[in-house]
Design a protein around this ligand. Structure first.
Ligand code: ATP
Ligand code: MG
Length: 196
């Protein structure tokens, strides 16, 4: 047996154990998933799945939901622990009606607000929120205020490209998913069960 390897691993284990011991705080966190690569919304749905496994209560808010139902919408639709609020409006280039988009964004945010003030909801997922801020449909400051003042143990997952500085600062965990390759660029259309 390589002695120096064993020593190195012992040292590593001691360090990891001490880090695990130091991390003894429980609190609701904000997870922000941004970047241009595929995997943001589907990761958020994965966390919903984790939460439901422990019988937690979930509030799901989806901005920019297009006409096509996603597999997870169909799957979660009648789940007793999931309450959903949808902004039934696609991207601006589809609707081409800014005033209506703003109105729908505000209506949807009102429902998000209810979730973010309800301590009985353990996890709030706000899908594609970043665009609402970047397009100027919703006011960043009032969103941040609500996030900061939410119930202490409530977790929030936010997705969308090009997250604003304010959202990044308010979040506890931030991942930027990098676009290395995407099948679409090889003319492969969105695939059921993978892309929607
Ligand atoms: P997913 O829902 O698959 O996790 P996402 O939330 O990271 O994707 P969005 O920007 O919300 O990405 O786009 C959703 C749809 O666009 C999905 O069908 C996804 O496969 C596709 N998509 C995501 N990134 C890219 C990309 N870089 N090029 C082309 N299509 C993409
Ligand atoms: Mg998405």
């Amino acid at each position: 047996m390589d002695n120096s390897y064993k020593k190195r691993m012992q040292k590593k284990k001691a360090y990891i154990d001490s880090r695990i011991e130091a991390a003894n705080i429980d609190k609701g966190i904000i997870v922000l998933l941004t970047g241009n690569g595929k995997g943001k919304s589907s990761s958020a749905m994965g966390m919903i799945c984790r939460a439901l496994g422990y019988d937690l209560k979930v509030g799901l808010v989806r901005f920019l939901k297009g006409a096509q139902d996603t597999g997870e919408d169909l799957f979660l639709n009648n789940h007793p622990n999931v309450t959903t609020a949808l902004m039934e409006s696609g991207f601006t280039w589809d609707t081409q009606d800014k005033e209506m988009d703003i109105q729908k964004a505000l209506e949807t945010w009102k429902k998000a607000k209810v979730f973010l003030q309800d301590p009985a909801i353990d996890l709030v997922v706000i899908d594609e929120l970043t665009y609402m801020i970047n397009y100027g449909y919703l006011d960043e400051l009032s969103i941040l205020k609500l996030l900061i003042n939410r119930p202490q143990n409530q977790h929030v997952v936010i997705t969308g490209r090009a997250a604003s500085k304010g959202l990044i600062e308010a979040s506890d965990t931030v991942s930027e998913i990098k676009d290395v390759k995407h099948a679409f660029r090889n003319n492969i259309r969105a695939q059921k069960g993978i892309d929607y």
